[in-house]
Design a protein around this ligand. Structure first.
Ligand code: ARG
Length: 455
């Protein structure tokens, strides 16, 4: 396709340079947003008397027809165009001639691309927020069925204290709730329209940027035209939010991978979300979880790629900025797919309650409760802590656990011990006694479930 700027040039663009320069292979995914932006622009131009009402009608109608043809597949995107903006404008002009050439009055591709990207991201983010909501729903569903499931809680990956498995799962709901909030915060800051910034300095035409912003669903136009065309903070913010969400999914996946190992055997993923080995017949691999964990790396990479691209750029637009799109598109695709796989994978996961309980019975995870027992009977906590340590050492030496030491032996350690100690250190009691707000006790777990079910 002939370049729009041939007036100034004697030679065509070198073929390899042309291919290198083009962005149409990836920015074509913003074709409908580009048309939406152009329809608003034509409307604003007509309202201001910059183009006539009938010219506007012809432009708007034809852009609508182009959108319909793109959606039906009747019109294919011509990848010999440099970018999607030129393709749409070229197609418009091919259909209605000179009138089409008036559309680019009082705008530039610099503000146009900044607009298209915002429109596109706004739509994708709405979908992502929904998908995170679906993950929360899936996780809460599993939590509801596991309020009474006792599992070791870990610190340093060492068994620490018994907890409700639901409580463990609900920690992830808190993370995903923040993830939604981070995206929504970023969208609010992105809620200003760059269109009308033109190349960088604004325009000599009497445009109405407020009106155009309003038509496009933005609260306000960007305040500074140079910032309007050179700002990509919204991409960085969103990619940071996507990275954090991936990090949460990745931590959850890491746990699922551990839990489904033969060493833990806490959960078994459904066959439909696992794969076998081509050589080892016994294998059932958590490939989906591993892939989500793995893909987290590329989402971080996309973020750092754009940070690095932007760090040395002088104001205002530079072609380097064309590099913003592939990374953020890839992050969006990766995150959406990960969320879509994760929700049903978790919902269909089989929880092996007996194995969790068996693990909770080992490792002296009720030792804190034994120390608390003595403390409540008047022994200073530090003393009780030390004495409990000695009892644990005694148990290890003699192959016992805290429940199987008899009362007479306990009383040799301290006369404060009485028969009620066994009830106090039972795992169920250890969990249920943790009544502090946000703890693993029943009431707190139930109120978290109620909260996340309402979201
Ligand atoms: N394809 C370009 C991009 O993605 C559009 C803006 C081009 N502007 C320019 N002055 N060359 O950034």
């Amino acid at each position: 396709m002939e370049k729009l700027w041939t007036g100034r040039f004697q030679k065509p663009l070198n073929e390899i340079a042309d291919a290198f320069n083009a962005s149409i292979t990836f920015d074509s995914r913003m074709c409908l947003q580009d048309i939406t932006g152009s329809i608003a622009h034509a409307s604003m131009l007509a309202k201001q008397g910059i183009i006539s009402e009938s010219e506007k009608e012809s432009i708007v109608e034809t852009l609508g027809a182009i959108a319909a043809d793109l959606q039906s597949g009747a019109l294919e995107i011509d990848t010999s165009c440099e970018d999607i903006h030129m393709f749409i404008e070229g197609e418009l002009t091919a259909r209605i001639g000179d009138v089409g050439k008036k559309l680019h009055t009082a705008r530039s591709r610099n503000d146009q691309v900044a607009l298209d990207l915002r429109l596109y991201l706004r739509e994708e983010c709405a979908e992502i927020v929904e998908l995170i909501g679906a993950v929360i729903t899936a996780v809460v569903g599993v939590a509801e069925k596991n309020v009474d499931t006792i599992v070791p809680g870990y610190t340093h990956l060492q068994r620490a204290q018994p907890i409700s498995f639901a409580h463990h799962l609900l920690a992830y709901c808190a993370m995903f709730e923040r993830d939604k909030g981070r995206i929504q915060d970023a969208l609010q800051r992105m809620d200003s329209s760059p269109i009308g910034s033109c190349a960088l300095a604004g325009t000599t035409y009497a445009t109405d940027r407020e009106y155009e912003a309003q038509l496009l669903g933005f609260s306000t136009p960007c305040r500074n035209s140079i910032d309007g065309v050179s700002d990509r903070d919204f991409c960085l913010e969103l990619m940071s939010a996507f990275s954090i969400t991936m990090m949460h999914l990745s931590r959850f996946c890491e746990e699922i991978i551990l839990w489904s190992s033969w060493e833990f055997r806490f959960v078994e993923l459904d066959d439909s979300f696992t794969t076998g080995s081509s050589i080892m017949p016994q294998k059932k691999n958590a490939d989906m979880a591993e892939l989500i964990r793995g893909k987290t790396g590329r989402v971080y990479g996309n973020l750092f790629g754009l940070f690095t691209t932007l760090k040395g750029l002088p104001l205002a637009y530079n072609k380097d900025m064309q590099e913003d799109k592939e990374g953020i598109f890839d992050s969006i695709d990766t995150l959406k797919m990960s969320l879509q796989v994760f929700a049903p994978m978790v919902a269909s996961m089989h929880v092996k309650k007996e194995n969790m309980l068996a693990a909770a019975k080992g490792g002296f995870i009720n030792a804190t409760d034994l120390a608390d027992y003595l403390t409540k009977k008047g022994m200073p906590f530090r003393t009780a802590y030390k004495l409990t340590g000695q009892i644990v050492a005694y148990c290890i030496e003699n192959g016992l656990d805290l429940e199987s030491v008899d009362l007479a032996r306990y009383q040799e350690f301290s006369p404060l011990f009485e028969a009620d100690l066994y009830e106090e250190i039972s795992l169920q009691a250890c969990v249920n006694k943790r009544i502090s707000q946000g703890g693993t006790g029943q009431e707190s777990v139930q109120s978290q479930i109620a909260y996340y079910k309402k979201m």
